[in-house]
Design a protein around this ligand. Structure first.
Ligand code: ATP
Ligand code: MG
Length: 401
């Protein structure tokens, strides 16, 4: 399907070489073999990055040097991006980034990739699959296997620990490789050497998967979170499991902040600390705050929570924190409900006899609170509440004068 794309064909034509390339590699190959939809397309080539850029430009294709020192150029065509990476071998590494040497040897390029299922190449013309490390049988058996020695590969780049658990959640299901898990556990201390953005990005990818429960459970059991998330709740595994179960049961996915919150204690200060340490986006951080402040949703307060924040926040809070028997009714309360607005304005209160000044805002607040309390009644009832509140305010005002 994705291969019958004109833009892609012209990128491949521009990169035709004498070394048997270009070839597809990575996620596009893996997911196509599994019959899954393909998100992004990675292309490997023996051509050097400068040559890649020149050839793309000569063909009228925009070339963006996204990581030339690592051999990566992005081709942008018809609104799509293609990552083109020159064959390479890693010559030195500090556990974060490798120094690379370019190569024209496909097997050498395969050997520096992380997992066997990620080192499959396809020739776009013939459709031939190149499998240097038995990735095909691993893929079939749903087995995630490091290329080479797991301990060594992790020491080269500690991010591979988190990638391991991400790909395990996505493609695992076969036998668990105890040796690989142990290597991840032993290397976990090295995660502190990585930039927090990279950790946060990878963690978000894991938590954003449809069902990360088993993989996250393994991460918890093996102390993977300890170096960067000491705030992990003791019930994190159970809470995430419950949340994901509810999502499936009610066909109601939650936001990424909600998935994160399932791992943490319900403490705004601690959660803020996590957001700051992992340099999470402001949107994420605010998402945490809203959902935590929502408290425990019930069918009786869930609309009020939505009114004070928004529908998504209230729904997430219900999925996260409501007791089992309340969840369906909370969701029903929010379904096909638009957050209403109070129609009473300050001017009306003044025309009812309230003196202009701070009392107006105070009374509006009281009306708003009563209106929420009474489950958002219509305009006529809003006016009745307003009259009551204005009279009460005037009575208090007279007394104090
Ligand atoms: P996705 O579908 O999530 O994009 P992907 O396998 O394409 O999965 P990318 O992060 O896009 O993952 O990386 C593309 C390929 O580059 C991988 O399949 C793998 O071969 C290689 N790769 C990426 N990151 C690493 C790493 N840290 N160590 C070794 N190889 C890596
Ligand atoms: Mg990819």
């Amino acid at each position: 399907e994705w291969q019958h794309n004109h833009g892609l064909k012209s990128v491949l034509a521009a990169l035709d070489d004498v070394y048997g390339g270009p070839r597809y590699v990575g996620g596009a190959v893996r997911d196509t073999l599994l019959g899954l939809p393909v998100s992004d397309i990675d292309i490997a080539t023996a051509l050097l990055p400068d040559d890649v850029i020149n050839r793309l430009e000569a063909a009228g294709i925009k070339a963006i040097p996204t990581g030339v020192e690592h051999g990566t150029v992005t081709a942008a065509l018809a609104g799509k991006n293609y990552e083109i990476t020159t064959l390479r071998r890693d010559v030195a590494t500090d556990g974060r980034r490798a120094t690379v040497a370019f190569s024209t040897d496909w097997q050498e390029d395969a050997a520096r990739r992380d997992f066997t299922i990620n080192a499959l190449y396809v020739d776009p013309q013939s459709g031939e699959v190149f499998d240097y490390f038995d990735g095909l049988s691993d893929l079939e058996a749903r087995r995630l296997r490091f290329i080479g020695d797991a301990n060594q590969r992790i020491a080269e780049d500690f991010l591979r620990i988190l990638r391991y658990f991400r790909f395990l959640a996505r493609y695992g299901g076969g036998q668990i490789d105890a040796g690989a898990i142990e290597a991840c556990a032993n290397g976990a201390h090295g995660l502190t050497a990585l930039s927090r953005e990279r950790i946060a990005q990878e963690l978000s990818r894991i938590l954003g998967l449809k069902n990360p429960v088993a993989s996250v459970d393994l991460m918890i059991q093996n102390g993977i979170f300890t170096p960067f998330l000491p705030e992990l709740s003791k019930s994190a595994a159970d809470h995430l499991k419950q949340l994901v179960q509810r999502e499936a049961q009610f066909k109601q996915p939650v936001s990424l902040p909600a998935r994160f919150l399932a791992l943490l204690t319900r403490d705004i200060v601690a959660t803020d600390k996590v957001a700051a340490r992992l340099k999470l986006s402001n949107k994420m951080r605010e998402g945490f705050g809203h959902r935590l402040r929502a408290g425990v949703p019930t069918p009786f307060n869930v609309r009020a929570i939505a009114y004070g924040a928004d529908i998504d926040t209230a729904r997430d809070a219900a999925m996260l924190y409501a007791v089992d028997e309340d969840v369906p009714e909370c969701l029903a309360q929010l379904e096909q409900w638009d957050i209403p607005t109070l129609s009473i304005k300050g001017g009306e209160l003044i025309s009812m006899g309230l003196p202009p000044g701070p009392l107006v805002a105070k009374t509006l607040q009281a009306i708003d609170a009563a209106w929420i309390e009474q489950d958002f009644p219509d305009t006529a009832r809003q006016r009745e509440i307003a009259v009551q509140m204005v009279n009460a305010a005037l009575a208090v005002d007279n007394q104090s004068n």
